[in-house]
Design a protein around this ligand. Sequence first.
Ligand code: NAP
Length: 477
Amino acid sequence: MSFTADTLLLFGATGDLARRMLLPSLCALDADGLLPEKLRIVGTARSPMSDSEYRNFARAALEKFLPANRRGRMADFLNRLHYQANDVTTSEGFDALATAVGDSKDRLAIFLSTAPSLFEVSIEGLRQAGLAGQGVRIGLEKPLGIDLASSREINDAVAAAFPEARIFRIDHYLGKETVQNLLALRFANSLFEPLWNATHIDHVQITVAETVGLEDRVDFYDQTGALRDMVQNHMLQLLSLVAMEPPSSFEADPVRDEKVKVLRALRPLAANESVTGQYRGGAVGGQIVPGYDEELKRDSGTETFVALKAHLDNWRWQGVPFYLRTGKRMHERVTEIVVQFRCVPHSIFKGARMQPNRLVIGIQPEENISLSLMAKVPGLDRDGIALRSVPLDIAMPDAFSGTHKRIAYERLLLDLIEGKQTLFVRRDEVEAQWAWIDAIREEWAREGLQPKPYNAGSWGPSAAIALAERDGVSWHE
Ligand code: NAP
């Protein structure tokens, strides 16, 4: 059912994600006049708070996490906020929530920003309180499970109360401007699509490198590891957008139908197609930092780095490796996709060093797109033509100056409120992602694979370099 919500009911309203991302995103949307005029935002968590205490809590978060020039009239935004305490593990508080939601039961968007272990009880409480009817949609924050079985369990619990058309699974990478721009690049230009296949593309690299270590996610991270924290969701979503067939429209199902076909075409990895690592002490950005085991204060077999060589078994991508790598305490914070084209079949420029074209899509920290092209070095060419690879750059902030760099959650929360599902992950996608990841973890367990140490501030263990180099490929750094 298509409707714009009158009320947003935010579970986990006192949490870290709410403070750093959700409240700032909602305030920034309000400042730009993008929230429905009458939208009320009802926060809920266990902590007892009055409306005015919650508004003070939100104000402090906005002052800390939202730049002043994006806050608009903050008092107007704060007036939209209400708060109703509820411990979701007891059934008592849900009726009070229903009362707080009031007449909006038929135009309600709910967002669960709590641990997924609380989803099932939350959904049952919502259902019993009459907050799961036709006019209610629900957004779910990741992680959706730790493997295929647990993910199915969560999906089943949600499906017991909400049909798929009213379930909005977040992968915040899909809210990023450059990630959506990848679709514009591929499907709004005639230049790339004819070349976007195994005949013309040699390989693809996707890197998500972080400089941070464990931060305060110690227990969560040690039970999760890089493969499940980053590859299962964000990186496979990026891969599916790079590799999918052109959808017939930008509507939710055509896009998601094509993505899921890609995810199902992922070939199970062979034993020598993955490398795991764990950081030791080192220096990042000139600062000495401790190793993972020192931060954790014990030994651990959890990987903080993973590099994979993936293949898609379909016509378009046969023989084209997709190299994926992600890690913590890496040399530099960067998220990028590199599409490496093949060399020209024959060079007429004898003696000139030819380099294949390369498209680099920078997602973080800078949003930019760069296409390397061969060009003639100016000169009289007495010793033959000299060539050099030069970048054709589109720095997105320059090309679209005057527009804000938005928080990914701005787009996603607005789409949740308005009921647009294209940038949310469908159940079959999540489950295809988990099926592939589970097979990798089973292989690691069979092989008794232990993460290789790497120095903080490096690009990961040397085996990751070898993974690409044995194919004659260098990681883009
Ligand atoms: P958090 O800081 O631990 O906050 C958890 C929230 O849940 C708090 O508002 C807490 O409030 C509430 N809560 C806990 N137990 C509850 C209960 N029994 N009944 C009702 N409310 C309860 O966690 P977070 O960092 O905000 O993360 C929320 C979810 O988003 C997690 O699944 C996390 O993995 C995911 N996530 C977080 C980030 C991030 O950057 N933080 C990024 C991606 C995904 P009270 O203590 O007041 O009840």
